[in-house]
Design a protein around this ligand. Structure first.
Ligand code: SAH
Length: 215
């Protein structure tokens, strides 16, 4: 049942306070997290945990990222309404919904057909119609729709996904967790055609970014 009750809204408001306490300052990000009914993105058995700051299984061996990670990545993109953002790893669609709430035009790629199909009907059912979903390999990006105002990778990349770098506008950033068992949240800015700058934002844990489309 797609219910968003006062109780859910209350739990969300508390989660937003927790994110503020953890250092999230971007108002558009906080407003989006306050607006997206995260409990509807989880399997029903996990609903009561939906507003805790934790990651949870979503099927196909994948997870919905924890809210503080979604908030941090959204904030690090440093873009606002109207921006065109490429997301790698649609997963549950929660991060896509948060970006859409921020007024961002989302292009999101998923390699698991099962998850792709689910979000294709689920996100529009919640009123998120503007975003575009693709079944494909995020390592390839979407060259025909590039360049983007920002790129967000929501799976752990063993090394920097090279083909994505050239799909950034000059001045735009890619936020990507880099590493294998654990990752370092990394932000790469494209300063010119072939000049990039790198910053890091602490350790994180994501499911691995894998090549190719899954069977
Ligand atoms: N943004 C998601 C997080 C999902 S976890 C959310 O809010 O729920 C990471 C997702 O990345 C998984 O669904 C996984 O299947 C996907 N993934 C991993 N490697 C990928 C690749 N090369 N291309 C596209 N998606 C990929």
């Amino acid at each position: 049942m797609k219910e968003d009750t006062f109780r859910h809204k209350g739990l969300r408001a508390r989660l937003v306070e927790e994110l503020v306490a953890k250092g999230i300052t971007n108002r558009a990000v906080l407003a989006a997290i306050n607006a997206v009914p995260r409990h509807l993105f989880l399997d029903s058995s996990f609903v009561k945990f939906a507003y805790q700051d934790k990651a949870f299984p979503i099927g196909a061996g994948q997870t919905i990222s924890q809210p503080s990670t979604v908030a941090l990545q959204s904030q690090l993109l440093n873009v606002g309404a109207g921006a065109r953002v490429l997301e790698v790893g649609t997963g549950s669609g929660y991060q896509s919904a948060v970006l859409t709430e921020m007024g961002i035009n989302v292009f999101s790629i998923e390699r698991q057909p099962e998850l792709f199909k689910k979000t294709q009907t689920f996100l529009p059912s919640l009123g998120y119609n503007r975003l575009r979903l693709f079944l494909g390999d995020g390592y390839e990006g979407l060259p025909d729709l590039a360049p983007f105002d920002a790129i967000l990778v929501t799976a752990g990349a063993a090394s920097l996904p090279q083909k994505l770098l050239v799909q950034l506008k000059i001045g735009a950033v890619m936020v990507v967790p880099i590493g294998t068992s654990k990752q370092v949240m990394t932000r790469i800015r494209r300063l010119s055609d072939d000049n990039f700058e790198q910053e890091t934002f602490g350790e994180c844990a994501f499911v691995p970014m894998l090549s190719g489309v899954a069977k």
